[in-house]
Write a protein that binds this ligand. Structure first.
Ligand code: UTP
Length: 275
């Protein structure tokens, strides 16, 4: 069994790029084909052995909490109509051994702040962070977070999911650089949030998958506002790097940036074709 048992899902962002769709529901409840983005993320975590799911929710929290609640009326109705397959689909949203914890981020102060909100539920053990708007599909094998759990077990240190991007896109991502240690694994010597292409240390971008040691919480407590005037997880990771080795892992799989309209459309078309 993996010793990474807790996954944190920061889903309290404002989702401004999808307004008005995200006026009353979180971006993470938008569907790719027939499933909300958040469910692709929780299934990835559960398949990788995690059993405590911590949702950091904001003002549009209701739909997410309802999605992970038992739907007594719907389940009874489907049962009465002998819709067994649909009943299983509804029940499978949250398998019986899974604990869900919902924590309110009262103000969208940034991803770093959202992760810090998870501290009371995570405690002092290493944990995963999954951003559901990065939908990652690996048709040939283990999911992205499973691959990262395997790297964590080998290296016993924080692991950040990375991908090569075009240099002109560096100002949309956290960018990392450091020496390659083995196939697909590098040490993080530098990490900068949203640098201009001329300032980017490499073409390796951080995507929405992290395995972090609990020491990140101490760093987040003293992280001031950074890029976009938000408390950035990247800035806390830059501090953590000074006291612990951190690894960048170039995962196997296709990432869809579902925080952008074009990425969301691509995900819908390509995942639909797989059905
Ligand atoms: P984004 O940078 O994509 O921001 O957040 P956003 O608000 O969701 O979307 P746009 O840019 O306005 O369209 C990355 C992740 O961090 C979460 C988001 O929900 C998303 O999963 N987040 C961001 C929080 O939980 N809280 C915050 O204060 C900020």
């Amino acid at each position: 069994m993996s010793d990474i048992r807790t996954a944190v899902f920061p889903v309290a962002g404002l989702g401004t790029r999808f307004l008005p769709a995200t006026k009353a529901i979180a971006k993470e409840m938008l569907t790719v084909v027939d499933k909300p983005l958040i469910q692709y993320a929780t299934e990835e975590a559960v398949a990788a052995g995690m059993d405590t799911l911590v949702f950091i929710v904001g003002r549009t929290k209701n739909a997410i909490i309802d999605h992970y609640d038992k739907a007594y009326e719907l389940e009874t109705e489907l049962g009465l109509r002998n819709k067994t397959a649909l009943l299983e689909i509804v029940k499978d949203v949250i398998p019986p051994h899974i604990h869900c914890v919902f924590i309110r981020q009262s103000e969208a102060l940034g991803l770093g702040h959202a992760v810090l909100c998870a501290e009371p539920a995570v405690g002092n053990k290493p944990f995963a962070v999954i951003l559901p708007d990065d939908l990652i599909y690996n048709k040939d094998g283990a999911s992205c977070i499973q691959q990262m759990v395997d790297v964590y077990k080998k290296k016993q240190g924080s692991v950040i999911g990375t991908q090569t991007v075009a240099m002109e896109e560096s100002d949309k991502y956290g960018m990392v650089a450091g020496p390659q240690l083995e196939d697909n694994i590098s040490r993080v010597d530098e990490i900068i949030e949203k640098p201009a292409p001329a300032e980017a240390p490499s073409d390796q971008a951080v995507v929405g998958r992290y395995i972090l040691t609990a020491e990140i919480f101490n760093k987040l407590k003293t992280t001031g506002r950074g890029a976009g005037n938000e408390i950035q997880l990247t800035d806390a990771i830059a501090e953590l790097r000074k006291t612990e080795e951190i690894y960048a892992y170039s995962f196997q799989g296709r990432r869809y940036d579902c925080g952008s309209k074009i990425g969301y459309l691509e995900a819908n078309v390509e995942i639909a074709l797989l059905h």
